[in-house]
Structure formats: C-alpha cells, structure tokens
Design a protein around this ligand. Sequence first.
Ligand code: CIZ
Ligand code: SF4
Length: 366
Amino acid sequence: MNQKDPSNMISNNEKLAADTLLVRNYLACIPEKNMLQDAERQQYRHDIKALLKEKNAVLVAHYYTDPELQSLAEETGGLVADSLEMARFGRDCAGDMLVVAGVRFMGETACILSPEKTVLMPNLEATCSLDIACPIDKFSAFCDQHPDRTVVVYANTSAAVKARADWVVTSSIALEIVEHLKSNGEKILWAPDKHLGRYIQEKTGADMLLWDSACIVHEEFKAKGLMDMKAVYPEAKVLAHPESPASVLAIADVVGSTSQLIKAACELPNQTFIVATDQGIFYKMQQLAPEKTFIVAPTAGNDASCRSCASCPWMGMNSLQAMYESLRDGSNRIKVEPELAKKAMIPLQRMLDFAAQHRMRVTGKA
Ligand code: CIZ
Ligand code: SF4
C-alpha cells in the first residue's frame, strides 16, 4: 500500500476503526484497576510473585504498561524497558518462561528470539494499530512492486511482516540503521509508521518510500494544544516520541524513543516536562527524577471524544487479573510457527548485532 492508493487506505482505516471499537468494548468489560480493592490488588501481586517463582518465570514489561505491572517486574528481578531491551533481556535471562506485558508483537519477538522458553502474555488480543494496518498480503505485494529497495520494518509488526523484511528496527536504533543503509547507497522501503518514517527521512536524507499508517495514541497529540500548554508552562521542555505528527515534533525540544526520552528527562536541568507519548512512561520518569514534574501533552479530545487520551488501549489490556490467570493456567501462550520464526529471526538478529556493535562504538562496552 502507498499513499497514492486510497482504496487500501479506506479498508485499513475501517479495519482500524473496527478494532478500536473492539478494544473499547473489551476494556469496558474488564474490571478497572482502580476498582480493585487494595486487598485484592495485594493478593494478586502476592500470587503473581509466587507463581513467577514456582514456574521459574521472568516478567518483562514495557514502559507503556500499567505502573502496577512495571513495579511487579522490577520487584521480581524482571525488566521494564523498550521493545529492543525487552527482546534482548528476554533472550539472555535465565528462566524457563517469559511473561511479556506489552503488545502482541513483543510476545512474538520474545518467542522468536527464545524458542526454548515458554512465552505467555496476559492477553493475546493486545495488538497495535501499526500491526493491524500492515497486513502481510498487502505488505508483501508492496515489497514485490519495489524489488530495488531494502525493506526496513519497525518492530511494531507481525512475525510474518518481519519475515518479509531485510531489517527490523525499533525507534531507539532506527536512525543509526537507516544512516548505515544510506551510506551503503541503499534505497529504503519503510513500514509501517509514516510519522517515524518521515522523521527519519528528514534526519538522514535517505531515499525512503513510506507505508501509510500511524499509531492511534501518538497521532492524537496536537500542535495547537501543545503551543497553548507551552504558554502556560514557559519553563517546561517538550519531550516527544517520533510516532507523533510532524507539527508536534517541530515544537519538541527532544524527539526520541521511550528510553531516549527517559534519559532526557533525567539529564536535562529543567524541572518541568510536557511529554508526548503514552502516559505509562511517567512511572519510570517519576521514579528516576522524583523531584521533577511531568505533564501529559494535550490530545485531540477528552475522555469519550478521545481515542486514546495518551493511553494505548492495547497496552491497557495487561491487567493484574489477566496476568495472574495466564500464569496460573499457563494460558495465552504465544507461538510463532518455526519456519516463520526462522525467517523473522534474520532481520531481527541483524538489528541486535548492529545495536551491539553500535553500542560498542559509542560506549566502548558491549
Ligand atoms: O520500541 C518500543 O518499545 C516502542 C513501541 C516505543 C519506543 O520508542 O520505545
Ligand atoms: Fe502500537 Fe501506538 Fe499502542 Fe505503541 S502506543 S502499541 S505504537 S498503538
């Protein structure tokens, strides 16, 4: 699919609207975390800790998940991180089982990198608007139309899409990888996030053909509201994830992946930050910089008129109760068919090798 093919855009948008509705309905049916009584929450936490131990399982949680799960991961020797670190840690940690609190592509990646481990997710329905908007059949046809281009896909894609790619990238390493490809004279086909793709294109000057889809959370940040908020907090720095629209990035003081934004929040001397990414990240920012103030960037709407209000509905499917049940029953096991996993491993491994070498170059440490 490309921008010039409106029929594809319509069908993808319809699918996305339907999926968003499905998620909203689903969330309406599960108990709200703040509706859990304190004693009930404590019981779940206690039981999850006991089950993790009993099953020799490690909990790996994304920065966008409920702080309740992030703290559980930390307290049990697991990890809270971005998708690149989650993948690396999951592969390298001892343990027979990984519990991935995040969205489906993260569970699939864990499964591909750690075929010997059992990988569970609290909810297998937790997907991502970017994954939904990049179905393998259309993506594959798009690649076939451009055989001269190196195919680079964002980690937020299905295992099948990864298997069709030359490179997988996450937002924390995308710029460096595209720079590298450009210096080799390669032309790029990029999917699926158009905002991140355009941002990288501008930064690197690489020849990139972009797939046309977006994250429903980041797309809702609006430049006008952000300008108004900056007027109220003139001392604040604006931190934005590159999945946000160009008009928002143009106002931001720092544009970066989740880990890069957390680093900026800690290192910059400012006291106040307006943050344009999923609110789950505030847990880690506040933990590392307790004396600072973090404010969520304004979104297009509020509550009922808002598709996400800076909270990913799919990340929100990771509840304490769902995690407890999946661990107790060994349910929601994520599997990737071995042949497909083998193919998807190639571009994933390329990214991990590149990241390790890059880290070596930058820090002198592997
Ligand atoms: O790669 C990830 O973890 C995501 C989805 C965002 C980011 O920038 O870290
Ligand atoms: Fe996907 Fe956006 Fe949710 Fe991340 S925040 S999982 S990119 S929909």
